[in-house]
Design a binder for this molecule. Structure first.
Ligand code: ZN
Length: 125
């Protein structure tokens, strides 16, 4: 993942400042993620960026037991998280256990090699 795409560059630039932002359509007000050059709801082309609360709910969850990328050593929790803003993100849940429906909160995983930090989540206390 990187910042080569002009559609996703603002997202990664915000990650570098530990801000999780999502697109919002100025026409219909719907949030969407991942970033696209147009609105999936109304086909509008005027998208802005909105901060998120970093709070959400686990929609789906699985334990990854095979290595996919070197920085994630199995086993680890892979989840679809519904942010409170109404968008669904594929992400990593820190820790060993979580359940569908758990409330989660954003945290940041800094990376080496000039890569932007990754937004990940942990179960909210
Ligand atoms: Zn729209």
């Amino acid at each position: 993942m990187g910042a080569a795409d002009p559609t996703t560059e603002p997202f990664w630039a915000a990650c570098a400042r530990h801000r999780l932002i999502v697109q919002r359509c100025t026409g219909c007000g719907v949030h969407q993620h991942y970033p696209r050059p147009y609105c999936l709801t109304c086909d509008g082309r005027d998208m802005e960026w909105a901060d998120t609360t970093g709070r959400g709910t686990i929609y789906a969850l699985t334990v990854m037991r095979l290595p996919v990328i070197p920085e994630l050593v199995p086993p680890y929790l892979l989840a679809l998280v519904d942010l409170d803003e109404g968008v669904r993100m594929l992400t990593n849940i820190e820790g060993d256990t979580a359940r569908i429906g758990d409330r989660v909160m954003l945290m940041w995983r800094d990376r080496t090699g000039g890569l932007p930090p990754l937004p990940v989540f942990r179960v909210a206390p």
